[in-house]
Ligand binder design. Sequence first.
Ligand code: GLU
Length: 215
Amino acid sequence: MCGIIGYCSTNSRNARKIVIEGLKKMEYRGYDSWGIGIKAGNSISVEKKVGSISDADQKSELDCNYAIGHTRWATHGKVTEENAHPHLSYNGNICVVHNGIIENYRELKKELQEKNYEFKSDTDTEVIPHLIEEHYRKTNDFQTSVKKASECFRGNYAFIAMCNDFEGLIGVKNGAPLLIGYEKEESFITSDVVAFIERTKKVTYLDDNEMVVLG
Ligand code: GLU
């Protein structure tokens, strides 16, 4: 079982640190690699590694109020840095962490490759950011694009998506756990309440086929 977490704040610039702390709390679930994606201004950057989250640089001064993170338990593709999450869309503007399995990823990948989307990993996950980008190109609306892409996925999964020009995070749940926590100026989304329970006790568990926008 892997863990996913997203954090947004209207005030704190410590999103990276808070997401790393959350991933550490979920370590007991087991994982083979980890990664985080942060949004600073309009630019998204990703760091990912095979091995222990305790190797993460806690002193990084990166200033950001949105971040997502992942501890992976590989189901599709070997345990490598390329296959670790987050995964980016083709244009690099959409960033996704995912728990579970997209069962129909082969068909979706083939369709996207025919449209010249280039895949960098062997995961099922990578179809998620690419398909969201494909819808975004047509709609120019992140929320609608996540919804439209989600309607195409089969399987048990939960994912969190972030976009360079969207102020917030979007989570989708279908068969894998996903819940949110909130305070006045910050909100959390995660697969396991241990990730943030020390920061808020206001928690809502999502239902299957639910999509939530945090921001
Ligand atoms: N199926 C995805 C992968 O192999 C996600 C696995 C997980 O839940 O950690 O990367």
